[in-house]
Design a protein around this ligand. Sequence first.
Ligand code: GAL
Length: 446
Amino acid sequence: MKRRLMLLLSVFAVCGMLMSGCGNSGSTANSGGGGDNKTGTSSGPSTETKTGDEKQQVEIFSWWTGAGEEAGLLGLIKLFQEKHPDIEVVNSAVAGGAGTNAKAVLASRMQGGDPPDAFQVHGGAELNTGWVAAGKVTALNDLYEAEGWMDKFPRELIDLVSLDGNIYSVPVNIHRGNVLFYNKKIFDENNLQAPKTFDEFFEVADALQAKGIVPLALGDKEPWTATMLFENVLLGVLGTDDYKKLWTGELPLDDPGVRTSLETFKRMLNYVNADHAARNWQDAAQLVATGEAAMNVMGDWAKGYFTTDLKLTANEDFGWVASPNTEGMFMVVTDTFAIPLGAKHEASAREFLKVLGSVEGQDVFNPLKGSIPARLDADKSKYDVYGAQTIEDFKASKLAPSMAHGSAAPEGFMTQADQAINIFVTNGDVDLALKSLKQAQDQNIN
Ligand code: GAL
């Protein structure tokens, strides 16, 4: 009951966002972060009356448009079309990082009985306490069995997309959410080492600031990026075990460790670019690429942006380490695709999921996207030095689900947390932030 109520509340919240926020979906031109999809495929849902699978169409819904986002999806669509030239792909991507606008559009379409055929959704709470609890998605156990997938994906990942014995989506990737990217030239020229702890971070940041270099790039025009920096700090301060207890309610969100995290986060904000509120994530990552800032804490879609779009080389133009204090930990962000109940082209959607769940599909998508394959048997030779190392790190690390990207906590919590963190970025009021976060936990997490 409580879950259903939570879901309803979050649907209202996203519908409210839909009214107020969707007009902002494009992002700045220099980043290429927003914009139109450029597939050679149809764009936007078809207006024709669709009566069943005989139409041979599949509408794919995601937020992957623009730089650092769409290349992987387009690669996947191309592969799909080679295999299924008879099925038209409708790419209904809605611009906006982390689904800022797409999630609201999806909620409204689902509520309105006009679902796409397959949609992007993070494994974990976003899928399970969201769409599965609302009875809106199809179970895919038979697909997993037919494709022999049960031992091809890590057990933890299958668990993340399952509820009560049913599997509801197919993971296309695993992104690492706790990466500190840095400009190698700046670090080399200033004889600096990439920071591994908070103390080292502040030492390096002071040294950079003294030289007139912006230490840390942030682009929190979309609120999730500030929340993401904060969750990285939370993980660094608490460690994986306590961090995970926040999402089961075993550790209160006004715990002294959370206070320390907020204080550390606040201290970090002294080192960010002055125009952070006007930039999206690509614009912030770009500052590191061009040498206007030294570091950026971001998920490794920024790596895809660096290498696929900006043509930078890993370990030459940019380096990376785990974000401060999180070495040996891996913040998991997994993009998966689910099929809504009542999808107009379910058979075609299953074919699309088969391709994105295949070794070939994952190895086309992930090298472009900056993520690692979700499958255990992918071809490592297809990945550059960053990808190869991240594949190894994933196996050796303690895993933690991302809150900012929907895996750890329900959508209702995220909406409140985004708000609390973004108010905190403006006013730096630790007590108020603790109170709001605790309230969000009490209202959304049992
Ligand atoms: C995440 C998503 C990534 C990437 C990022 C920025 O939520 O999992 O694949 O797209 O947002 O938009």
